[in-house]
Structures are given as structure tokens and as C-alpha cells.
Design a protein around this ligand. Structure first.
Ligand SMILES: Cc1cc2nc3c(=O)[nH]c(=O)nc-3n(C[C@H](O)[C@H](O)[C@H](O)COP(=O)(O)OP(=O)(O)OC[C@H]3O[C@@H](n4cnc5c(N)ncnc54)[C@H](O)[C@@H]3O)c2cc1C
Ligand code: SF4
Length: 445
């Protein structure tokens, strides 16, 4: 049996390892200490990189760790997977002269320092204020719960799974986000005195009324997206997965996938498709094809991830569309497809694609993984009668993240349709402030 070559993944992992003390001091000394700190303004979670970089620069490492943890309950997780090139590092002023400050690296160093040298826990909630229910222990729910606990509310999180972390725990590959980073942030949440009920799905019709009847005075929904899209042409076949079930199996039961020497086709061109393709290769697949509608330049995935996929030998099929399945009974054996052009430039949806005659191709496929987007589970719209949803079932909220039902708030992927951990953290924080305003009768922000 061919051994899996994981050297490339290890190199990628090494890029995310915490910086050494010396490297952190050197890197923080490059900071211009801007008065208006554009990096801090560009962080959706308000982590305040300008402050923690200054603290590292003046050798106050525990202070830096405290700043990160107190501002962002997912501070360790974010230091591994934030798309910094689009956020804080994009805004870094020194970019006009040289490379931006490695903010993620410094955050990783400080968070790790706080963990290793046992930062004192934050004060526990006194629970002297109202009871609040949070649905989902992913980034949005964790951050909303943490902020409310800091205000002395009595917070209970109801989580469907047996562990915290949401998508990061079950879908994002370990080589990008170690489970220990989630555990570290979750420990900080527990220190705040938040009660967490695992294996407790809130998914029956009108569950919100039940929670209100149990004495919860406000509710936050942070239940993410749990219903991946699939293509009709793959229905009924046994060797196809949506990205969610595939990546979950890679994390919890990778042996059962038996991908050694197989030919795998991944459909999709985003970060999730690349994670699926790289994971399939790391599980021993001989060939992994990535078939996507966009050209290479239009690919929505991050540059770093595309580079990793290239070095892992993933075979890209840009500007291509799968059109039919070749099968042997209920098993897919191959796919046929065609190259495409956009009818209208810049509109990256299948209905805008037209097939180019003479570009037909076929691919051997022992396993097909579909990574073409996702939406909230059907149960979400039934949580409360009259709660307004839109588009693909995402919850509609106002500026303060209050839904159409007073006292019912929502944030994270289930509202924004799928973004980032740091965005979910920022929305959870804003919703917590609005919940406090709602309960104390003050005017919202
Ligand atoms: C493969 C993949 C890779 C990604 N890579 C990155 C990345 O590199 N960087 C980045 O910033 N973002 C990344 N993301 C996006 C990021 O993970 C999400 O934006 C983020 O997790 C959203 O947080 P959330 O709290 O809104 O939802 P989730 O993380 O989905 O958490 C929701 C939680 O609610 C629970 N839940 C759901 N329904 C119920 C219910 N009815 N009752 C009780 N509990 C319930 C779920 O079990 C889950 O724990 C990636 C996503 C995927 C799929
Ligand atoms: S949380 Fe993410 S976006 Fe915010 S400062 Fe840290 S790395 Fe940058």
C-alpha cells in the first residue's frame, strides 16, 4: 500500500506554529504604533491587535494574552484560521513600505503564552441577572454567551453535539486548526460560569415558546448552517458525500473512508472544496480532481490554500462543469463534463454558465465529494412561529441582531449565510450588547 506523503501538510502546519519569543519581539518592533490603528478597526471581533502588539513590544506578554482573551473568546482559534490578508493585515499601515506585521503569528504567540503560563481566569458570572438561552456552542454562540456572562447574566448554551466549537470542531481539518485550540478557548468560556448542555438539540417546532415558558427572558440563535447543497444527478448513489459528512468522517473515522489508491472528484472551488480535496489526498487517494466553474483567477479560495493544494498534487479543472454520471448500478464510476464560459462576466452562478462545444472530458471517479455551498437546517425556520427568514433560509435580523420576534436574537452563519469565525464572534458580541439593552429597557446602540 502506498504511504501517504504528508510532508506538504507538515510544512503548512509549521507556518501556523506559534512564533518564538525572539521572533515575536522582533516582529512587534516593526509595528509603527499608528495613532488610529487601522488593524484594530479592521478586526470584526474587536480583538484590538494594536493593543496586544504594543504589549508584546513592551514585553508584557501576559497583558497581550489577556487583551486577546478578554476581547475575543475565540482568540486562539482565530490565531490559526483568520483570513488576515482580507482583514487586520490588509489594513496594516506598514504595508505601504514592506510586508504587513504578522498579526496572526503574534496573536498565536500571545494566546499560547497565556495558556502555557496559566493566565488567571476571568471572573465568573454572578448570575444575578436574567436567564438567557443560547442555541449552539459554535463561535457565534460562544462569544454571545461569554459577553453576557461578563455582564452577570445567567447563561445556558444548548448544543446539539457532544463538544463545543461548531464547524471548527467537526469540519475544519486538524492540520489547519488543532482541536486543542478550541479546547483552550472553550476552557475560558467555562471559567466564566456559562452552563453548557451538550447533546441538547433545540429543533422541535416552536421550541422558542418552550424556552420562554422555562423562564429564559431572551434567546440567541447561533446554530450555523447544517444543510449542505447537493446536486440531483448524484441522488441514490452510495459513493458520494457532501463536504460536511466527508470532512467529519476525516476527523472522527478516517479509516472507514478507505481512500487509498482511489480517484476522488471534488466539485466546488471555495475554501471548503480545497479543504476536502487536500483531506482526500492526505487520506491516501491516488488522484484528486477539483472541478469548478470559475477560472483560476476567479477562484474564491484563499491563495495560501490554493498553493497547498497545488503542492499536494491536486489536479485543477477550472472553468468546468460536471454534466453526467457514469455508473455501475448504484455506484458512480466516472463523470463526464464540459468547459464553460460565463454569459455575463462576474456572475459566478451555474445558471450563468454556457458549455463550450468540443471541450468535453471524462474523469474516473471512485468517490465524489460535493462542496457547493450550504444553508441553515429546515428546523431553523420552525423554531418560532412568525420568525422571518429569507433567501436560502437565513434568519432576518435588524442592526442589533434582533429577529422579527422581540427578545429573540441571532448571529453568525445562520444570519450572514456563511462567513468566518471572526465575523461570527463579532456578531455574537454585538447581539450580547443588544440583549442587555433589551433586558434593561435601554435604547439599543
Ligand atoms: C470546511 C470549512 C472550512 C472553513 N474554514 C474557515 C477558515 O479557515 N477561517 C474562518 O474564519 N472560517 C472558516 N470557515 C467558516 C467558519 O467555520 C464559520 O463561519 C463559523 O464556524 C460560523 O460560526 P457559527 O457559530 O455561526 O456556526 P457553527 O460553527 O456552525 O456553529 C453552530 C453550532 O450550533 C449547533 N447547533 C446547530 N443546530 C442546533 C440546534 N438545533 N440545537 C442546538 N445546537 C445546534 C451546531 O452543532 C454547532 O455547534 C470554514 C467553514 C467550513 C465548512
Ligand atoms: S481576530 Fe483575526 S482579524 Fe482580528 S486581529 Fe486577530 S487575526 Fe486579525
Amino acid at each position: 500500500m502506498k504511504l501517504v506523503d504528508t510532508r506538504k501538510i507538515r510544512q503548512f502546519q509549521a507556518m501556523r506554529d506559534p512564533m518564538s519569543l525572539q521572533a515575536s519581539i522582533k516582529e512587534s518592533n516593526r509595528c509603527l504604533l499608528c495613532h488610529d490603528a487601522p488593524c484594530s478597526q479592521a478586526c470584526p471581533a474587536g480583538t484590538d491587535p494594536a493593543k496586544f502588539i504594543r504589549q508584546i513590544k513592551f514585553l508584557n506578554y501576559k497583558g497581550a494574552a489577556r487583551t486577546i482573551r478578554n476581547n475575543n473568546i475565540l482568540g486562539t482559534v482565530c490565531s490559526f484560521i483568520c483570513p488576515v490578508e482580507k482583514l487586520c493585515e490588509k489594513a496594516c499601515s506598514i504595508k505601504a513600505l514592506e510586508d504587513p506585521i504578522d498579526i496572526r503569528g503574534l496573536q498565536c504567540f500571545a494566546a499560547e503564552y497565556g495558556n502555557r503560563f496559566k493566565l488567571e481566569p476571568q471572573e465568573k458570572s454572578l448570575k444575578t441577572k436574567a436567564k438567557i438561552a443560547v442555541i449552539g456552542c459554535g463561535p457565534a454562540g460562544m462569544s454571545c454567551a461569554a459577553e453576557l456572562a461578563k455582564m452577570d447574566y445567567d447563561v445556558t448554551i444548548f448544543e446539539r453535539e457532544a463538544k463545543s466549537g461548531g464547524v471548527g470542531r467537526w469540519n475544519i481539518p486538524d492540520f489547519r486548526l488543532p482541536g486543542s485550540a478550541i479546547d483552550q478557548d472553550f476552557q475560558n468560556l467555562q471559567n466564566l460560569g456559562v452552563e453548557i448542555k451538550f447533546n441538547s438539540a433545540i429543533d422541535a417546532g416552536d421550541s422558542i415558546s418552550v424556552l420562554l415558558a422555562e423562564g429564559f427572558e431572551a434567546i440567541f440563535i447561533g446554530c450555523g448552517l447544517s444543510s449542505p447543497f447537493t446536486l440531483k444527478m448524484f441522488e441514490g448513489f452510495t459513493n458520494t458525500y457532501d463536504y460536511n459528512s466527508f470532512l467529519r468522517m476525516v476527523k472522527v473515522n478516517r479509516e472507514s473512508l478507505q481512500l487509498q489508491d482511489k480517484s476522488v472528484v471534488v466539485i466546488g472551488g471555495g475554501s471548503v472544496a480545497i479543504d476536502s480535496a487536500v483531506s482526500a489526498k492526505a487520506c491516501g487517494a491516488a488522484k484528486v480532481y477539483l472541478v469548478f466553474l470559475e477560472s483560476l483567477e476567479e477562484l474564491p479560495a484563499d491563495q495560501e490554500e490554493i498553493e497547498l493544494a497545488r503542492t499536494m498534487g491536486i489536479l485543477f479543472r477550472p472553468a468546468s462543469q460536471v454534466s453526467a454520471v457514469i455508473s455501475d448500478g448504484n455506484r458512480i464510476t466516472g463523470l463526464t463534463g464540459c468547459e464553460i464560459e460565463w454569459l455575463e462576466p462576474g456572475k459566478f452562478v451555474p445558471s450563468n454558465a454556457t458549455q463550450v462545444p468540443g471541450t468535453e472530458f471524462s474523469l474516473k471517479a471512485d468517490v465524489v465529494i460535493q462542496a457547493i455551498g450550504t444553508s441553515p437546517g429546515k428546523e431553523v425556520s420552525q423554531l418560532s412561529k412568525g420568525m422571518k427568514t429569507s433567501g436560502k433560509g437565513v434568519i432576518r435580523v435588524g442592526e442589533t441582531f434582533e429577529t422579527s420576534i422581540p427578545g429573540l436574537f441571532a448571529g453568525g452563519d445562520v444570519v450572514n449565510g456563511g462567513a468566518t469565525v471572526v465575523q461570527a464572534v463579532g456578531e455574537g458580541k454585538k447581539a450580547a450588547v443588544a440583549i442587555d439593552h433589551y433586558l434593561t429597557g435601554r435604547k439599543a446602540i
